[in-house]
Design a protein around this ligand. Structure first.
Ligand code: ATP
Ligand code: MG
Length: 382
């Protein structure tokens, strides 16, 4: 069976790697170069997008900011999962909030902004500090402002106005202001829904961000009650979208109550640990769902952590000497801050996972891999 992935980055690559043994053959459409390529070897084909669509049994996406014409073409084929509406919702925070309201899932109080008076009333109603985000085109903390005091208002408004003005009639730009949530921590749930509507969720993941970018995720720590909230949110959102495939939901944990931060209609960085922590990874389950195959187990085999490799030219081979540690390299050109790969490490229990993270912390410098040592200490002490 042939599967086409829109986007040719590491997520398409890991989908391909997880699908080959099921006899599923993945090609990726690079929206930048407009070429159809093998996302593992990067060898280009001479297929046009139209030909790649016609020879595929299923089409999916690794990111949500897909050009409108490409999305329309794929949707028209009747083979596109999770569907154009899900992708459009994940790529536009205004649509996302409307979906959350419709599905009755709690999120941060917000206000949409298309003119200055909306901005001023958001400051009045939601208070400062205020988090302001572009509704379209944001990722990894980009396209965001923090309004801390009255002194910030004019400068930030001029940058916001520039973004709003750069929209077109076909693709209008808007902005959303959110109340700054005093969260205790950030967590996410990754789940999968099949074509018959059956849902399965992976265990809740705790996520650490540094400068707006995910640096470390850990699974296997959670209590039943909080997982239930996340699962209920997953089921409500996935059903509202009649979703097929893997969907990720990021939350703020505020004293045991979860508020949705955002959703991602795709496999997600905070689910990379499932490659070693579960029998069937998020990548394989996404491939199974879009291909119409039975879903695999999402149960936790053992507590597992994922450490992102950001901007580094390589992963030290010595990490592989730490028991139950695997490195995943994406073969991209190094740039400061760029997601270059990740390291997964598992333990039979949280204490052993902590000890292994401690061994990794001796290899991975704190400035490049923040939080590894502190997480190790908290797990060993727990
Ligand atoms: P990514 O694509 O990497 O998930 P993003 O650019 O889509 O990031 P968000 O997830 O919306 O952006 O925000 C990035 C980070 O900023 C969050 O993980 C959180 O740490 C912080 N943040 C965002 N919104 C709020 C809020 N309303 N209150 C407090 N912190 C926030
Ligand atoms: Mg996010």
């Amino acid at each position: 069976m042939n599967i086409l992935v829109l986007g040719a980055g590491q997520l398409a690559r890991m989908m391909s790697l997880s699908a080959t043994h099921l006899d599923l053959h993945v090609l990726a459409y690079d929206v930048g170069s407009k070429q159809v390529i093998d996302p593992v070897t990067f060898v280009t084909t001479d297929f046009t997008l139209e030909h790649a669509i016609s020879r595929s049994h299923a089409i999916t996406a690794e990111f949500e900011h897909i050009p409108h014409d490409v999305l329309t073409l794929c949707a028209q084929s009747g083979k596109f999962y999770p569907g154009a509406e899900a992708i459009a919702t994940g790529g536009d925070r205004a649509k996302e909030k409307a979906l959350l309201d419709k599905a009755k899932v709690a999120c941060a109080p917000y206000q949409l902004i298309t003119q200055k008076s909306h901005f001023l009333s958001a400051i009045e109603r939601l208070g400062m500090p205020l988090v302001v985000k572009t509704c379209q085109a944001g990722y990894d903390g980009k396209g965001q402002w923090r309004v801390k005091s009255q002194n910030d208002v004019e400068q930030i408004w001029s940058e916001m106005a520039e973004f709003i003005a750069s929209g077109t009639e076909h693709a209008p730009h808007s902005i959303i202001a959110e109340k700054m949530i005093p969260f205790d921590r950030e967590v996410s749930i990754i789940g999968v829904r099949d074509k018959q509507g059956q849902c399965k969720t992976y265990p809740l993941t705790e996520n650490q961000h540094t400068n707006g970018v995910l640096t470390l995720s850990i699974a296997g720590k959670e209590k039943h009650e909080i997982e239930q909230q996340a699962q209920d949110a997953f089921n409500a959102i996935a059903n509202a979208l009649d979703y097929v495939g893997v969907l990720a939901i990021e939350f703020f944990d505020v004293q045991g109550t979860l508020l949705v931060n955002e959703i991602a209609p795709r496999v997600h960085n905070s689910g990379h640990w499932t490659q070693q922590g579960c029998h069937v990874s998020q990548f394989e389950n996404h491939m199974r769902a879009v291909a119409g195959l039975p879903l695999g187990s999402t149960e936790l085999l053992r507590p597992t952590a994922m450490i992102n490799v950001l901007g580094q030219p390589a992963i030290a081979h010595s990490v592989l000497a730490v028991p139950d540690t695997t490195s995943h390299w994406y073969s991209k050109a190094a740039k400061p801050g760029r997601k270059m790969g990740h390291i997964n490490v598992s333990g039979k229990d949280l204490k052993q996972l902590g000890e292994r993270l401690d061994e990794l912390a001796a290899i991975l410098p704190e400035q490049d891999y923040p939080g590894v040592k502190a997480t190790a200490c908290s797990l060993i002490g727990a």
